[in-house]
Ligand binder design. Structure first.
Ligand SMILES: [Zn+2]
Ligand SMILES: [Zn+2]
Ligand SMILES: [Zn+2]
Length: 145
């Protein structure tokens, strides 16, 4: 477990630098927290997990990460925005996170269903799409046990 966390730590700093950002402790902390989480997280959850992090700094880190293709944000049925790690092929200004987001109505966790893709929405002439949010609700694997 410790070994795994160590590897994650190295990767997170490298991934941050690869996007042209400095790997500050808050940045690596945020990225590692989300990489190790099975579900998307709210800013409140990140704040609680990371402890002594200035709220403005945290908001700025999340904004930078979303812009640079490290994280994507999704607003759940409850209206709360959650953050999750991006697909490997995401990069600055070009996200590839058109997967379904699943919210558990029992534990309120939101999961990225990375293998379920946009079913190929047909847009009327003259429309262009920048983001897709497909939300599914139900009971997650943990609550179904
Ligand atoms: Zn993305
Ligand atoms: Zn659940
Ligand atoms: Zn996602």
């Amino acid at each position: 477990m410790l070994h795994l966390q160590y590897i994650c730590g190295v990767n997170s700093a490298e991934q941050i630098r690869a996007r042209g950002l400095k790997a500050t402790p808050v940045r690596t902390g945020v990225l590692e927290a989300l990489q190790q989480s099975d579900a998307a997280m709210t800013t409140h959850e990140l704040e609680t997990l990371l402890g002594k992090v200035d709220r403005i700094t945290l908001y700025r880190v999340l904004k930078d990460f979303c812009e640079s293709g490290l994280l994507h944000k999704v607003t759940g049925p409850d209206g709360v925005t959650r953050f999750a790690v991006c697909h490997n092929s995401c990069h600055r200004q070009a996200h590839a996170d058109d997967h379904v987001h699943f919210t558990c109505t029992n534990c309120q966790k939101m999961y990225c269903l990375a293998h379920t893709h946009n079913p190929g929405l047909q847009l009327p002439r003259g429309f262009s799409m920048t983001t897709v949010q497909i939300l599914a609700e139900g009971i997650c694997h943990q609550c179904n046990q």
